[in-house]
Design a protein around this ligand. Structure first.
Ligand code: FE
Length: 369
């Protein structure tokens, strides 16, 4: 049998096998796994893939919007809805915030990307600094997105809010023992805290907010206090919460939606949320957001999509990941409404980018891993 015939025979066997199995299995059923908005794995492979999966190099039909995004798992139905409503098709290239930003930079005026979606305001700020995002003058976006959640020059707009706050196990900690991020530097928390490492942008942006609130010197004292309390370092918010549940630590700092996500599947999960710093500046809020690229070929459609995401598409976009909508007129997912009202640190999100390099150096000096 030559190679071609062998191949045909193999295919025939597979088709027959599929026919029999098909009697028992519904091939059209959706995968059982719950979609998540940003996949999170602690070590290798990294949470947001380092290698873009679908290079957007092939020629597109006119008007197709190419998006470089680190936020992709589970959000496809949102973009499908946009395509249904407008007839405008969308294609994705996925990777980490930083990797996609570097790619945009390297491609320069030849980039096929019309939009950049990132999961951290610091990265949006850096993309704008590099001239990769176009300044938009859109009434719709200005009306839908509050001022402190967007770039003052209109180059990027926050679309969802994520609160990075305290999480605790109620068997080992009571809420009246908790107060602020700063308090976790107190020696009474020694050996009892779990934290995300310094290499993650979530940690860097949180430390940027400490610098903005206290200045570098005091912020460094706080972070040194955290480090001296010998945290369990885990590079996954989901696993931080699981470590709390397993008794490996009593308090952790994570984004709120990871708890929402776990509670969706397991309403009896024992970990509880505590809104940090409610008696002073408020809890640390970051955004996921987007900008239209400087050189993308389909700017008009990309603006249309961004406006839609800030309005009609907001609820769906935010609730797929249990995040708070950036647009204050849009309701949040019921699971996170249960977390209760919180006061947010009003700090402009652009500060996370501006202070990122200082935060990285500070973390290193303070001995925080
Ligand atoms: Fe996340």
């Amino acid at each position: 049998m030559n190679k071609k015939n062998l191949y045909i025979a193999l295919v025939a066997v597979l088709v027959v096998a599929a026919f029999f199995v098909g009697g028992m299995v519904d091939f059209t059923a959706a995968p059982q796994q719950q979609p998540v908005a940003e996949q999170e794995t602690p070590t290798e492979p990294t949470p947001e893939p380092e290698t873009p999966e679908q290079p957007a190099q092939q020629p597109d039909r006119p008007g197709v919007i190419n998006i470089y995004t680190s936020r992709h798992y589970g959000v496809e139905p949102v973009f499908d809805r946009f395509t249904e409503e407008t007839g405008i098709e969308i294609r994705f290239t996925t990777g980490s915030d930083a990797l996609l930003r570097e790619r945009l930079k390297a491609e320069g005026a030849n980039t096929p990307a019309d939009m950049y979606i990132a999961v951290d305001a610091g990265n949006l700020w850096l993309a704008a600094q590099d001239g990769l995002l176009a300044a938009l003058d859109s009434e719709t976006l200005l009306n839908n997105i509050p001022e402190n959640l967007r770039d003052p020059e209109g180059r990027w707009f926050g679309l969802t809010k994520r609160v990075r706050t305290l999480m605790f196990h109620p068997d080992r900690v009571t809420p009246d023992e908790l107060s602020t991020y700063e308090d976790l530097a107190d020696p009474r928390w020694k050996g009892r805290i779990a934290m995300r490492p310094s290499t993650h942008s979530y940690t860097q942006s949180l430390v940027s907010s400490l610098i903005a609130a206290h200045g570098v010197e005091r912020a460094e004292e706080i972070v040194r206090g955290w480090a001296q309390n010998e945290p369990v370092y885990i590079d996954s918010d989901t696993q931080l919460l699981e470590a709390l549940a397993a008794g490996e630590a009593d308090v952790a700092i994570t984004n709120h939606y990871y708890l929402g996500r776990i509670l969706q599947d397991n309403p009896d999960f024992p970990i509880q949320i505590f809104w940090a710093n409610q008696d002073d500046r408020g809890a640390h809020v970051n955004v996921s957001g987007a900008g239209v690229t400087t050189y993308g070929p389909n700017r008009e459609n990309a603006i249309k999509l961004l406006e839609w995401l800030s309005g009609d598409g907001q609820e769906m976009f935010a609730s797929t990941n249990h995040e708070f909508p950036a647009n204050p007129n849009v309701p949040a997912h019921p699971i996170i409404v249960e977390f209760g009202e919180y006061m947010a640190d009003p700090l402009a999100k652009s500060e996370f980018g501006r202070l990122q390099a200082d935060a990285v150096e500070l973390l290193h000096r303070a001995g925080y891993q």
